[in-house]
Design a protein. Structure first.
Lengths: 435, 452
């Protein structure tokens, strides 16, 4: 049959979506029974190209619906509605150790989705697709405002939802790589939380003076958020990933100033010198540096640095004194932090103290350390430059792509419900159970 | 169905308001719009959560137009036991729309009280989205007295990402071309608007977002010297498009509304350069085949204006051309010989069209095609209660708007007809069917000739 007679029609709905929204990819008017490849291409801010693709067979009406039909090969297989995003990997020939992270969250991530004749696996750049569409993926919903925060010496960015408010607040912390990472806070603001992303390792004040921030830095952030006219000062939560968990637990339990309504700790641990400043905690980790292991690919495994979980109470945040609900998110294949062992110990400590009703643990087999917002491509390892080490290392994060991606999707959904229930709810216990 | 009485409502409103204020630093309800960015013909879900149960609230939409007018719609709701209002699932008890209307906050929009008369909402700059602010207020009748409890912003786009907009000025032909993203080439449409002022691009932009190269032709800007010269203009435009590298030459259709449908009929019936399968199909919305032979469109308009003294004015002094239009088309020598058309045709009409006898025109087209043994080419959609201006879905309905009579300074308010709910349903249904008609004839492979 003359291929020219068939005008393949490709559509993605919605063509402009938030990063955590699903889309429907539909191919119509293809030759019934024909083999087609659907491919996504994205060029990220640092110039690297990423691709994902699935192999499909058009049905008797010449249709392929990615949310209903199975991919029989490619970067993902099976019925995977969002496989074209979460299975993104650098195109062949790219350098190793890449990780996809958006810095400028005021513009969308642009993805081109195309359909090709046959089941293709390589050489896409030399092929002419049958059809292609452009898709935008946004971290910020319309009306969300970004406000840089510098008062009190802070290096932070506040994201306010659209509307009059007041809104519950959120302090958002990332891990040992430092920088001001904004995308999660922007996305949470799109869900109705006034979210402040904080840089606490490479803050302007640290870069200028050479001194790490102290505990007051976080209390200042809390105060600035609390006093904002559009923030509901009595409803503030904190979310931390990796080293951000260490800070979150410390503040939740020991700070006289910070009174949290909820805490979310992802891929982290409660193990740290209890009276330590940020600097002292980092030095504690470095002291155990000889426990660093290496994979056969020479990737750095740091999970043993805090093992075994100490019994000495001065080396663990006393979670038995926690007074707010805590959500722990754990990847069981976390190679960077002993988050699973820590979660078990936290559970025991809280059971003994009698406050385990506050604890929820989400533990995902074969998920790694970097549990990000949904559809973020999984990086089993990537190059990392931490504040402690001068040169870049290849860090093993862990996780198997399919299970890690499912964990991201599930954890995010549950995290948003947890935050809504604790920051917005209380009125109706069934308020958000339909989510 | 709940029956909400007025005293009960006032009691509920006060109770809820007290409850909301009593909470220290009250945490507000959450209003979400999903998706928050969409094409104008896509539906959205508006949801309010975290209200007190059984709370009377009003959902209010507000849009500030390019012409600096404010348009609004609102619906009165009562939250359920979970404190949720879902515009998709729940009934509106009153406002600018009632009943279960997921998109009522858009299609029932009208100018805010105190606005100028006879306004029409049309987007001129299609590269930016239409911004709609949706808010939730406590109470029903007096909702405006209170500041909103929560609000969110929706972006409604005519252009999908990757659609290209190109100004065309070639061989005397002027207009705007929209090209979908992707390698192409694409099935294509020549898009012709009606007899108003200016070039309207929004439908073309939307068609490109749906996979068609679409050319919005500017055909009323200049005065053509004669009917022949004018006809050549249309043929040239058609050829320019047909020969464009991103266009599949034998998959070009014509879409016209009102006066644009006259052009579509004329071009398809008489052109000699148009051969087999070209145009592959035509869609005529609010069909009009009045075109005295040898006259240009503008001259035709002048003839029309000589009949204005016979126009019927309704109780609001809105002008209707329907009755004298009926007289004019009664003489077949005034009309395009639509019986000569050989391609599939879709006619879309509103039965309450007060501007032109478009339903009668469609009947006449059907009769002429039947006589020629070509009735199988025709599909018809006729919507009771719909008026003349059948636009893309969720656009507000205008029963009558200001109109400047061509070549004169005279401003009238023209009656287009239609009743809002019926008209909006017609817009939604007809667009879906137009797209499916176009997909069948322009995307789907077998040629019509093969079927005959």
């Amino acid at each position: 049959m003359d291929r020219k007679q068939y005008c393949v029609k490709l559509s993605v709905q919605p063509s402009r979506g938030l990063m955590d929204e699903k889309f429907i990819v539909l191919v119509q008017n293809a030759l019934p029974g024909s083999q087609l490849t659907i491919r996504a291409l994205h060029q990220c801010e640092d110039g690297h190209s990423w691709e994902a693709f699935g192999h499909y067979t058009a049905d008797t009406t010449g249709t392929i619906n990615v949310s209903e039909d199975p991919s029989i090969g490619g970067t993902y297989s099976g019925v995977e509605q969002m496989g074209l995003l979460w299975s993104f990997r650098p195109i062949p020939g790219s350098k190793s150790g890449l990780r996809m992270r958006k810095k400028n969250i005021q513009t969308p991530m642009e993805v081109t989705i195309s359909v090709y004749q046959g089941h293709q696996t390589e050489g896409f750049a030399d092929l002419v697709p049958l059809s292609g569409v452009a898709v935008e993926r946004w971290y910020m919903a319309p009306g969300v405002r970004r406000i840089p925060v510098t008062e009190g010496g802070l290096t932070a960015a506040l994201f306010l939802p659209s509307g009059p408010g007041p809104f519950p607040g959120l302090l958002d912390l990332w891990g040992g790589g430092g920088q001001l990472v904004e995308y999660r806070a922007a996305l949470l603001a799109s869900h109705g939380f006034a979210s402040m992303a904080i840089d606490y390792l490479t803050a302007k004040i640290t870069m200028e003076t050479g001194k790490m921030v102290d505990n007051q830095y976080f209390e200042t952030a809390y105060r600035v958020l609390q006093q904002h006219p559009q923030v509901c000062g009595s409803k503030i939560a904190m979310i931390g990933l990796s080293f951000g968990t260490s800070i979150t637990l410390k503040m939740a339990v020991y700070s006289e100033v910070i009174k949290l309504s909820a805490a979310v700790c992802i891929s982290g641990s409660h193990v740290q010198p209890v009276d330590g400043s940020v600097e002292e905690i980092l030095r504690f980790f470095q002291k155990n540096g000889e426990k660093t292991r290496f994979s056969e690919k020479n990737e750095v495994i740091w999970r043993d640095l805090l093992l075994p979980i100490p019994t000495d109470p001065s080396l663990k945040v006393n979670v038995g004194r926690l007074q707010c609900p805590l959500l722990l998110v754990v990847g069981e294949d976390d190679q960077n932090w002993p988050s699973q062992e820590s979660a078990l110990d936290i559970k025991e400590m809280m059971a003994r103290a009698g406050n385990s009703h506050l604890l929820t643990v989400l533990s995902y087999p074969n998920a790694g350390h970097l549990i990000e917002p949904p559809y973020t491509p999984h990086a089993r390892s990537s190059t990392l430059k931490t504040v402690e080490i001068e040169e870049k290392v290849m860090c093993l994060w862990g996780g198997q792509t399919v299970e890690h991606s499912r964990a991201q999707e599930d954890a995010w959904k549950k995290m948003v419900v947890f935050l809504k229930e604790n920051l917005y709810g209380g009125r109706n216990p069934t308020s958000f159970s339909h989510l | 169905m709940w029956s909400v009485t007025r005293p009960l409502l006032q009691e509920c409103t006060l109770a809820c308001y007290r409850l909301l204020s009593a909470m220290t630093q009250a945490v507000p309800p959450i209003l979400s719009i999903t998706p928050s960015r969409a094409l104008v013909d896509e539906k959205f879900q508006v949801l309010v959560e975290n209200l007190p149960p059984g709370c009377p609230v009003t959902l209010h939409s507000l849009h500030h137009s390019e012409d600096k007018d404010d348009w609004e719609a609102y619906g009165h709701y009562v939250s359920d036991h979970r404190g949720v209002v879902s515009v998709t699932e729940d009934l509106s008890f009153g406002g600018t729309y009632t009943g279960k209307e997921p998109m009522g906050l858009l299609w029932s929009m009208r100018p805010v009280p105190g606005s100028r008369e006879g306004l029409r909402l049309r987007k001129i700059n299609v590269c930016t989205p239409m911004l709609v602010n949706i808010s939730v207020h406590s109470g029903h009748e007096d909702f405006r007295d209170r500041t909103p409890l929560a609000s969110a912003l929706a972006e409604r786009w005519y252009m999908a990402p990757g659609v290209k907009r190109i100004d065309i000025n070639k061989q005397g032909v002027q207009g705007t071309l929209f090209i979908p993203p992707g390698p192409g080439p694409f099935p294509t449409l020549l898009d012709m608007w009606g007899g108003g002022v200016g070039l309207l691009e929004y439908r073309s932009a939307l068609l490109a977002s749906r996979g068609y190269v679409s050319f919005s032709l500017d055909y009323l800007r200049s005065e053509h010297l004669s009917a022949d010269v004018e006809f050549k203009y249309f043929e040239t435009a058609f050829n320019i498009i047909r020969n464009h590298p991103q266009v599949i030459p034998d998959r070009v259709g014509i879409l016209g509304i009102s006066l644009g449908s006259t052009v579509a009929f004329n071009l398809t019936a008489y052109s000699t350069i148009i051969k087999v399968n070209v145009p592959r199909c035509i869609v005529c919305i609010s069909s009009n085949h009045y075109h005295p032979p040898g006259t240009t469109l503008k001259a035709g308009f002048k003839i029309l204006s000589k009949h204005f003294h016979k126009a019927h004015f309704d109780e609001n002094n809105y002008m209707s051309w329907r009755s004298f239009g009926l007289d004019l088309i009664a003489d077949p020598s005034n009309n395009v010989e639509v019986g000569r058309i050989n391609c599939p045709m879709l006619l879309v009409n509103g039965c309450d069209d007060q501007n032109w006898p478009t339903v009668e025109t469609a009947e006449e087209v059907a009769r002429l095609l039947r006589e020629g043994g070509k009735e199988h080419l025709l599909s018809r959609l006729a919507y009771p209660g719909a008026g003349h201006l059948i636009e893309p879905p969720f656009s507000p309905h205008f029963r009558a708007t200001k109109f400047i009579i061509l070549n004169s300074k005279k401003k009238v308010i023209l009656l287009w007809g239609g009743h809002t709910k019926a008209h909006s349903d017609a817009q939604e249904d007809s667009w879906r069917k137009i797209l499916s008609f176009l997909q069948l004839h322009l995307y789907h492979s077998p040629s019509v000739k093969a079927k005959l």
